[in-house]
Design a protein around this ligand. Structure first.
Ligand SMILES: [Zn+2]
Length: 408
């Protein structure tokens, strides 16, 4: 029988900044350093697109793929092969974690506590912390302090530029461990509540005629999907484009919303429920640090999307933010589906269509008056060029609904 590993309670702090940016979290002591790096990225709120290293006892640990082979002669060791317990074993001791060798974010990782896993508790788990993670590529500690100074003063001449760079949802003092925990790959460690229960669940699932897939958590960096010009790369497998469109639709929906409030979108879940596609609507919300969280209440799939700001899917700039200029129109889900297929003209129209909210009473379109004016023009054009009588009839109906609100 496998020996149940200890749990380490770690405190990670970003060095050289006050007030402290820190997190307290618990992980298996036998976690590999390369995996610990991924956990730290989620716990801190980084976006995992730069190199990293751990420094302990005179050695440097990183991913083999990220450094030249000959650097291993210079004290580099493969983080994929080393367990945390091999470099950190006494309470009170600490090691250094570095992320992004350009901005050079240096963190101290201190071992606070060692204990046996609690029955039924899932690890890793974040238990506390303070302040948001700095945005990627802001120029290290000096760059971030500069950014905070500008953001604190709306009269500063750089304010508009910086606010638009960090996005409307960035809030430096916000931190919520519960949000972090949604993103962590959490599992029960050892004991009767753990492996045994999981095996039991698997057996049961196999006997069941329609086994449900385990809910999945997707961590998506939009930049990783796009080429260096920010465009959709060519020659990829179909599944690549399917996923890109899916995440693109989620970004469009999220960026079309003028507030941070969680809402039920019209984006259809691609998860699996039984043997079929789930097909429920996703709920979407913005989170501190320009991360979008999406979740399906039906199958449990969820994900976090980062680095979407300024991509081709970001509709932020076309959103009408003045509440007195915004109007809403209710249409049916079928009418909305048709609009989504037919209207591909301007960003202003897209914020209205992509940002639509699903409710039991229908689909609510919201946006600025000028966006709705454009939309009316497009709908009239599409009705005149509709391929079928049914399609034309639906377009006419939507036109009437919008016109009666916008013009009436
Ligand atoms: Zn689903």
């Amino acid at each position: 029988m496998a020996i149940t590993p200890d749990i380490y309670q770690l405190k990670i702090s970003l060095n050289h900044i006050k007030p402290a940016i820190w997190r307290s979290f618990q992980v298996r002591s036998d976690v590999k350093l390369s995996k610990l790096h991924e956990i730290i990225q989620i716990v801190m709120g980084w976006e995992n697109y730069h190199l990293y290293s751990f420094h302990a006892g005179g050695s440097t640990y990183t991913d083999r793929a990220s450094v030249e082979d000959d650097m291993y002669g210079m004290g580099y060791r493969d983080g994929l092969k080393v367990k945390l317990s091999e470099v950190l074993s006494d309470v009170g001791d600490s090691i250094i974690y570095r992320y992004d060798f350009g901005d050079d974010w240096e963190h101290t990782l201190k071992l606070e506590k060692i204990f046996a896993p609690l029955p039924g508790e899932k690890y890793p788990v974040c238990i506390d912390g303070a302040r948001a993670c700095p945005p990627e590529d802001c120029g290290g500690i000096p760059g971030y302090e500069d950014l905070l100074r500008v953001l604190a003063d709306p009269n500063d001449e750089e304010y508009e530029e910086m606010r638009s760079w960090v996005g409307p949802h960035f809030s430096p003092e916000k931190f919520d461990p519960e949000i972090v925990n949604i993103g962590l790959p959490r599992r029960v460690v050892g004991g009767a509540g753990g492996d045994a229960a999981r095996t039991g669940a698997k057996k049961k699932a196999r006997a069941h005629p329609e086994p449900s897939a385990e809910p999945r958590t997707y961590i998506t960096n939009m930049m990783h999907f796009l080429n260096e010009d920010g465009l959709v790369p060519m020659g990829q497998p179909d599944e690549f484009y399917a996923m890109l469109n899916y995440f693109g639709d989620i970004v469009k929906a999220a960026s079309s919303h003028p507030t941070d409030a969680r809402f039920c979108s019209t984006v259809v879940c691609r998860g699996e429920s039984g043997r079929r596609r789930c097909g429920s609507y996703l709920t979407i919300a913005h989170q501190p640090g320009n991360t979008i969280h999406w979740q399906c209440s039906e199958c449990g799939d969820q994900g976090f999307i980062s680095s979407w700001l300024g991509t081709i899917y970001d509709l932020n700039e076309a959103v009408e933010r003045d509440p007195t200029q915004r109007v809403s129109v209710v249409i049916t889900p079928d009418e909305h589906r048709l609009l989504k297929q037919a209207i591909t003209t301007s960003q202003k129209e897209d914020t209205i269509i992509s940002g639509a909210v699903s409710t039991p009473d229908g689909v609510i379109l919201s946006g600025g008056l000028d966006g709705f004016d454009l939309l009316l023009g497009s709908i009239a054009f599409n009705a005149n060029h509709a391929k079928t009588a049914k399609c034309q009839k639906t377009m006419d109906k939507v036109y009437e609904k919008i016109a009666s609100v916008v013009e009436g």
